[in-house]
Design a protein around this ligand. Structure first.
Ligand SMILES: Nc1ncnc2c1ncn2[C@@H]1O[C@H](COP(=O)(O)OP(=O)(O)OP(=O)(O)O)[C@@H](O)[C@H]1O
Length: 347
């Protein structure tokens, strides 16, 4: 168990384009922090640097305030779980898990005890004598997790460990990972591009875009209080309004219209945003704040609700509405934006 600090990491593979720039974060003892971002943003590169498989051009990795920049991979005492299970095909589950302990020259008795304990935690006891080719993908990933934790690593690094599994198994495995991680209190850094997965298991989430962390916060912070256009878009916000100017304290001019936000913010927003399911669609004018008239351009069925495209003076809005009030193309409608759910974005 350990606290990991990443300080001002920078890396360029070709010495021309930065893949990582000025990357910093802290993972507290026993926490699970996810790095969330789209393909190619630099997640694996970051994890490889933390693991010691890659040297950064600048910056430091500290474990419990000690710089480990010169510590080789095998001395970092980190457990790693990757997308590919990388098990030894000629060894049984038991021997795969025991491998790291044998390398550390533990006694036969100690190895037996430790492996037995970890196979129980990872629910693999009944499969101990099987070979990897006799296991499902989920079971193989469980073995690679068991192999990583059996050596009591100070830190666990996981790179998209669930991406080869089907949807149902992914959900089961992520719950197992979280419960094992909490039981053992292992500091864990988990890389994923899947928002739901990372929200379900993380204490904190670092959202990455083009080699930079755009926002670091709890899953709730990121979901309800995104601070940038990129983060908001990544977590499902769809309607973005460029602020032309501030009119009053919480009133902003957008497309020559006025939008009011009651959302607490201490910065000057560049954009305002709201989720499609947080806009109310109605037939009659209610004379409310943030109410605009519009016309239905088209709609599609989402299952339980409809997604409407509404042309308004603010621009084209996406609005989700349950199927109790159904509207048709060319219907005249009103949209109301709940001022508490209009989020101001810094950039
Ligand atoms: N060995 C390498 N040499 C040159 N460029 C590389 C190398 N490895 C990765 N890159 C580039 O660095 C960038 C970041 O790659 P990285 O694998 O860290 O992204 P990622 O966020 O993990 O993506 P994914 O989710 O697709 O795995 C990408 O543009 C990639 O093409």
């Amino acid at each position: 168990m350990a606290e990991v600090t990443i300080k001002n990491l920078e890396l360029s593979y070709d010495k021309k384009h930065d893949v990582l720039s000025d990357l910093s974060m802290k993972v507290k003892n026993g926490e699970l922090v996810s790095i969330l971002g789209p393909s190619g943003c630099g997640k694996t590169t970051t994890l490889r640097i933390i693991a010691g498989l890659l040297k950064p051009d600048h910056g430091n990795i500290l474990v419990d305030n000690h710089d480990i920049g010169r510590t080789p991979v095998y001395k970092r005492d980190f457990g790693m779980v990757f997308q590919s299970y990388a098990l030894f095909p000629h060894l049984t589950v038991f021997s795969n898990v025991a491998f790291g302990l044998k390398m550390r020259h533990l006694s036969r008795h100690e190895i037996q005890n430790k492996v037995k304990q970890v196979l129980e935690i990872t629910n693999l006891t009944n499969l101990a004598k099987r070979f990897p080719s006799e296991l499902s993908g989920g079971q193989q990933q469980r073995v690679s997790l068991a192999r990583a934790i059996v050596v009591n690593p100070r830190v666990l690094l996981m790179d998209e460990p669930l991406s080869n599994l089907d949807a149902k198994l992914r959900v089961e495995m992520r719950e197992d990972i979280r419960s094992i991680q909490q039981k053992l209190h292992i500091t864990t850094i988990f890389v994923t591009h899947d928002q739901q997965e990372c929200f379900a298991i993380s204490d904190h989430v670092a959202v990455m875009n083009h080699g930079k962390f755009e926002q670091i916060g709890t899953p709730q912070d990121i979901y309800y209080h995104p601070q940038t256009l990129f983060v908001a878009h990544f977590v499902g916000y769809e309607n973005f309004f460029k602020v032309e100017k501030q009119i009053e304290n919480n009133e902003y001019q957008v497309n020559h219209q006025v939008i009011h936000t009651d959302f607490d913010h201490s910065y000057e927003p560049k954009y305002l945003t709201i989720r499609p399911n947080e806009i109310d669609l109605h037939q009659h004018k209610n004379n409310q704040m943030n109410e605009f008239n519009g016309k239905v351009v088209n709609f599609s069925f989402l299952g339980g609700s409809y997604r409407y495209m509404i042309q308004t003076d603010l621009g084209l809005l996406q609005v989700d509405q349950n199927d109790k009030d159904k509207f048709d193309v060319n219907d005249s409608v009103y949209v109301s934006l709940n001022s508490q759910l209009v989020i101001p974005l810094l950039k």
